[in-house]
Design a protein around this ligand. Structure first.
Ligand code: HMG
Ligand code: MG
Length: 284
């Protein structure tokens, strides 16, 4: 198995979306530009959701217009519906993501739809994105715990994973949205999910509320996952996931992977610089 593990940087989107202060667009652009020199292949830079729901992401088109595009770095955007996809295409996102939930409570709170309704809504988005030549990533939130419904059964996660797979998602990111998962819970969940989607097409997306994100990543590595979402400086959270702390910090994931003998292709000094920038945005 390859020694390379990819960190998918989600700081400019998942990291910043929950910040109360409206961060100036120029600061977001500077963060993405810094991250683009770190060696990432993919950076989630934007989110074409309703600005009524997530005001912080309302300048996503300006962020994508302002950043220095770097060859080999794919700029990703969240697209909850056709309107979001139109925005992402107009802003020249390189890839898009549809995002569902394994739990009904979070689905309703986050995107105002039942799981079934959300899947119906995503199908034409995925189809149109693929027709426009854009790779589509899928997210499944609350893969172990939901802030509204409690423990989530792995079979429920498997159903949503299978639906997103059938829509053509090239990769599915499994979100421990509120960061309450334990290694044992993640292990049980992944045993079920790899039956639906091969490990090389899965990503781990761990928030670090319980301080177990790095241990959960190790469990996921043992199941063959080789892509992990993380945010520089450990920023993050979702406005519709009460109690969720930040994403696991990119620099911490990098250091753990190196200690385990993996390679990330990332420049540690640039990560530190970007983490400083991200933390300064929170403190400002
Ligand atoms: P809704 O209120 O049911 O839908 O929201 P609507 O169609 O009635 O739209 C409401 C208003 O938003 C309307 O404006 C629409 O035009 C507008 P009004 O008529 O009232 O003036 N609107 C839009 N504006 C811009 N772009 C759009 C768009 N769509 C509608 N794309 C909706 C449904 C899905 C839009 C809403 O619930 C929403 O935007 N939710 C997104 C919430 C969100 O972004 N959450 C965070 C991301 S998910 C996450 O963080 C988890 C993840 O990290 C993984 C993990 O950790 O588990 C990915
Ligand atoms: Mg998240």
């Amino acid at each position: 198995m390859s020694n390379y593990v990819e960190i998918f940087e989600v700081g400019p989107r998942d990291g910043l979306q929950n910040e109360k202060r409206q961060i100036p667009t120029a600061e977001k652009i500077a963060l993405v530009d810094c991250l683009s020199t770190a060696g990432f292949k993919r950076i989630e830079c934007a989110s074409f959701v309703s600005p009524k729901w997530v005001p912080q992401m309302g300048d996503s088109a300006d962020v994508l217009a302002g950043i220095a595009r770097k060859t080999g770095v794919s700029c990703a955007a969240l697209t909850p519906n056709m309107r979001g996809l139109d925005g992402a295409i107009a802003a020249k996102a390189d890839e898009v993501a549809i995002f569902g939930s394994a739990s009904e409570g979070f689905s309703k709170a986050n995107i105002n739809a039942t799981i079934a309704e959300s899947l119906e809504r995503f199908a034409p988005v995925a189809k149109a994105a693929q027709e426009a030549g854009l790779p589509v990533r899928g997210y499944v939130s609350c893969v172990v715990e939901c802030p509204y419904d409690g423990a989530v059964d792995p079979s429920q996660v498997a159903k949503v994973v299978a639906a997103l797979r059938d829509m053509g998602c090239y990769e599915i990111s499994l979100g421990d949205t509120i960061g309450r998962g334990s290694p044992a819970m993640v292990d049980t969940m992944l045993k079920a999910i790899v039956q639906e989607m091969p490990a090389e097409k899965l990503a781990g997306h761990f928030h670090d509320t319980g301080g177990l994100a790095l241990d959960n990543i190790e469990v996921a590595l043992s199941h063959g996952l080789r892509v992990f979402d993380a945010a520089v400086g450990g920023l993050g959270g979702c406005p519709y996931a009460p109690g969720a702390a930040g994403n696991v910090a990119t620099e911490a994931v990098h250091d753990r992977l190196i200690a385990l003998g993996y390679q990330t292709g990332l420049d540690r000094d640039v990560l530190e610089q970007a983490a400083d920038m991200a933390r300064a945005m929170r403190l400002a």
